[in-house]
Design a binder for this molecule. Structure first.
Ligand code: HEM
Length: 162
């Protein structure tokens, strides 16, 4: 298999497939709390880019729900990271932030949506990915909408599956 581009070595801990170890928790002031499972895959083809796919499912019915995919780039010579993301809901976004140790703190820089997206519109997203000392990966997502200031929407931990 092709070697990881040196520009992305600081993110090598993300590569591979991750499965939620226990169901993640979804919440927001305007919705009923819910539980979900999710599989993450991070891969590369030697470019200075990581390719990713996140697929979430209803915890009980196993029905596919939210999906996102995209690309991760790093600004050469810095700890600045960009996520370029497309979501099945019709939302696309650029998130940028900093890598410190094995933690990524990202903020949306731009958001766009289909002309016929349902309201309320998402106005801001922030996420944290963290590789914990026990080897688990943790993701926390907060969002702001037309009606709500920045609040947590998702929290989940994953175990590496390959
Ligand atoms: C609801 C955005 C990821 C499951 C919502 C709402 C928004 C939203 C705007 C409606 C809130 C309201 O009505 O006030 C997002 C964004 C995500 C994301 C921006 C990623 C960055 C996920 C994931 C799941 C999920 C991974 C996992 C299954 C749900 C559910 C609801 C919901 C079940 C409530 C029912 C519904 O409105 O469909 N989300 N979401 N979301 N989200 Fe997410």
């Amino acid at each position: 298999s092709v070697e990881l581009n040196a520009a992305l070595l600081p993110l090598d801990w993300l590569l591979g497939t991750w499965e939620s170890d226990e169901p993640g928790e979804g919440c927001f002031p305007t919705i009923k709390p819910f539980r979900y499972t999710e599989t993450l895959n991070f891969s590369h083809v030697g470019q200075p880019v990581i390719n990713f796919m996140f697929n979430a499912f209803h915890a009980e019915s196993k029905k596919p729900l939210h999906r996102e995919c995209g690309f991760i780039r790093m600004q050469p010579g810095t700890n600045r990271v960009a996520f370029i993301i497309a979501q099945n809901s019709g939302l696309v976004e650029i998130e940028e932030g900093e890598l410190t140790a094995q933690q990524l703190n990202l903020q949306s820089q731009s958001l766009a949506r289909t002309s016929f997206a349902r309201e309320p519109y998402v106005q801001q997203i922030s996420r944290v990915f963290q590789l914990r000392p026990d080897g688990r990966l943790e993701q926390t997502v907060s969002m702001a909408t037309d009606n709500q200031t920045l609040m947590q929407h998702l929290h989940i931990t994953y175990r590496r599956s390959s």
